[in-house]
Design a protein around this ligand. Structure first.
Ligand code: ZN
Length: 306
């Protein structure tokens, strides 16, 4: 057999890289999508630094020209690999896919970080039907949703599908840095909880603990947060009718205690509402595999499936 052809036809692995404002995380997947290596380091701001950080991590993970998937915050054009307005990495406009591809001599696919995490998170949720929609809710510093169908992220018409953090739901709510008032993100995000419940410990577990001990202020704050999360989950469930709703982002690390708070909020809403009762949204909720590098894994899978 022609050795070169043989090599080209061999099922190959791929590299996935998730870059954010503080760290960059890369994985090497083998041809069966198993994680065979993980590498993390701090990220650096600035367009050239972002390119060189990504190249460095990709080279550490593989010296073969494997396909590379990159998950990055901001506005991403998946077709061209261009990224725009990544504030916490100091990027205005960067032809990220093109530049990394030129250096690495490999195909590069760039995806929004929440979409990449959604693809990764969906891989670890049990019993998802092939063509079912899965919604991933990223309760991180901000709030955004990712939609996955058949293992691939949906992008919508302009690419901002899932940007639900700046949906204003409460005219009497907090002012949002985006200029509106009462955005979902101002109550239903890790960033909001850190602001409403400053704590040396991770704030959400502490908030839940204090509320359970009967602390009145903790109960008020938790009520606001739970209500916001309930809104987010209902929007996801009713707008997209997904098979699963995955709770992700930093808040997912709270684990079962958070699920209990969410279930209680959803039961309260369903009480006396036959419509909500029928939807049984609570049964669709899962927590993301927080112990796994889902952002990097999802970026790799997105590149492979693109
Ligand atoms: Zn807003």
């Amino acid at each position: 057999m022609n050795a070169r052809l043989h090599r080209n036809n061999r099922p190959q692995g791929c590299v996935g890289i998730d870059i954010g404002g503080t760290k960059i995380e890369g994985v090497l997947l083998d041809a069966m999508d198993r994680v065979v290596d993980v590498y993390r380091m701090p990220s650096h701001s600035g367009e050239n630094n972002v390119v060189s950080d990504i190249v460095r991590v990709a080279r550490i993970l593989s010296n073969e020209p494997l396909p590379i998937g990159i998950g990055i915050p901001g506005q991403v054009n998946c077709a061209t690999g261009q990224v725009r307005n990544v504030v916490n990495l100091g990027i205005e406009t960067l032809e990220l896919g093109e530049r990394v591809s030129e250096i690495m001599h490999a195909p590069v696919y760039v995806e929004n970080d929440v979409n990449a995490a959604a693809v990764g998170a969906a891989e670890f949720v049990e019993h998802v039907d092939g063509n079912a929609t899965v919604v991933f809710l990223n309760f991180g510093t901000g709030l955004a949703a990712g939609l996955v169908r058949d293992g691939q992220a949906e992008h919508g018409y302009s690419g901002f599908i899932g940007e639900i953090g700046h949906l204003p739901v409460d005219p009497n709510g907090f002012e949002c840095p985006c200029g509106q008032r009462g955005c979902l993100e101002t109550v239903a995000s890790g960033g909001a909880v850190a602001k409403l419940w400053p704590s040396a410990n991770p704030p959400m577990p502490d908030l839940i603990r204090k509320a359970r001990q009967g602390d009145k202020r903790a109960n008020d704050v938790l009520g606001k947060v739970a209500h916001g999360m309930g809104d987010v989950i209902q929007i996801a469930a009713q707008a997209y009718d997904p098979q699963r709703i995955i709770i992700g982002g930093g808040m997912a690390k709270t684990g079962n205690d958070l699920i209990e708070v969410i279930q209680a909020e959803l039961s309260r809403r369903a009480e006396g509402c036959r419509f909500l009762n029928t939807l049984d949204i609570a049964s669709k909720i899962r927590i993301a595999a927080v112990d796994k590098p889902i952002g990097a894994i999802g970026a790799a899978l997105a590149a492979k499936r693109a």
